[in-house]
Design a protein around this ligand. Sequence first.
Ligand code: HAM
Length: 432
Amino acid sequence: MTQSFKKLRGLTGMHDVLPDQSAQWEQLEEIVRDWLASYGYRNMRTPILEHTQLFARGIGEVTDIVEKEMYSFTDSLNGDKLTMRPEFTAGIVRSAIEHNLLYERPQRIYSIGPVFRHERPQRGRYRQFHQIDVEALGFPGPDVDAEMIVMLDRLWQRLGLTDVRLEINSLGQSHERAAHREALIAYLEQHQDILDDDAKRRMYTNPLRVLDTKNPDLQEMADAAPRLFEFLGEESLAHYEGVCQRLDAMGIEYTLNPRMVRGLDYYNLTVFEWITDRLGAQGTVCGGGRYDGLFELLGGKSTPGIGFAIGMERLLELVQQQDILPNTAECDIYMVYQNDAGQQQAMVLAEQLRDAGLRVVVHAGPKSMRAQFRRADNSGALAAIILGQSELETQQASVKWLRAPALNDEQPQQEQVDFAQCAQFLKSRIGD
Ligand code: HAM
């Protein structure tokens, strides 16, 4: 009796990146890595799994992420409580402390990879998504704060994105937040009767979060609440102005959004978000800020830090709307042949072409010439190289141009080239 198996599907909110899309991811990543390198940022990689406590302490117990969005489980083999990273910053700071990374000098660091949040999936909001995470560790600012914002502006320019706007705020220092908190609790107490359960629960533990509410009935109350910005002292204001002056000098537009609180508790002073209207409800492409207390919170020495993360899927969607990333073909050259001797010659020639930097696929599969040409065309290759009997006898390959740039009205569609000259010839016609 044959058994039939039910088709399995991927998890809700987690997406496969198929080969056509993956080519675009890789191109975008390449641009991003070049951009980061041009500002002196170096890559580092931390594990996806960390102790749950790292995120609970780092991001804050009373945040949406820690309270309801983390993929956490107990390792049944040793009882460890683990969490799949919902962001990079806490792990990078943990690692910097553990390896004494800042012993000699401050560090500019980046990481790209998947992060996990158990949110309600919708356009632009996934449960596994990818971040380009960038951290400047050991710099008190405000110069580096401004540099980070400037570099993001440059990235948008490089990608041809025009509709991304910058909002900034200052969250001050802890004593200023404490004074604001008191005022805020007093204000919330006055509005007890309209608060929802979430707000009531957080009113004393994390009142600032109450202002971050998504409940439309609470918006008016949240809008009129005392603002942290009004509690900032001289030093915090000077830091904020230091950032603004540099942004002005660099011609970067921004708006102060005194209600911006960000979804993570480690921030102080500068916070910022880049927002677009082109992505529907999930319009924040990038968010970040300063976290001068995080090293200490995670058991390290007091060390300033600032960083941001770009949502890779959201950035990619924006870039796709501009249509500037070309679709990458499977290869430059597709090799077709008539018989086994031709196939073997193709393998030899293909290695020479690859050595010259070309991307080459040697046909495998159905043997008919028609089928082979169809595959050559579908591959997106610029040319097919044909190795029939006569080509083997003359030791000359037939090059059939399939696409521009070499396929044009001024040149023949098919040309003969000595095997030995093939790589050079193809490169001269195709360009680099
Ligand atoms: P975040 O604001 O939580 O910050 O996330 C950064 C970005 O990740 C967002 O602006 C958004 O583009 C993207 N993102 C967030 N959640 C989702 C989701 N469910 N689906 C798709 N994209 C999403 C942080 O994670 C901080 N660690 C940033 C940072 C680095 N601050 C300092 N250093």
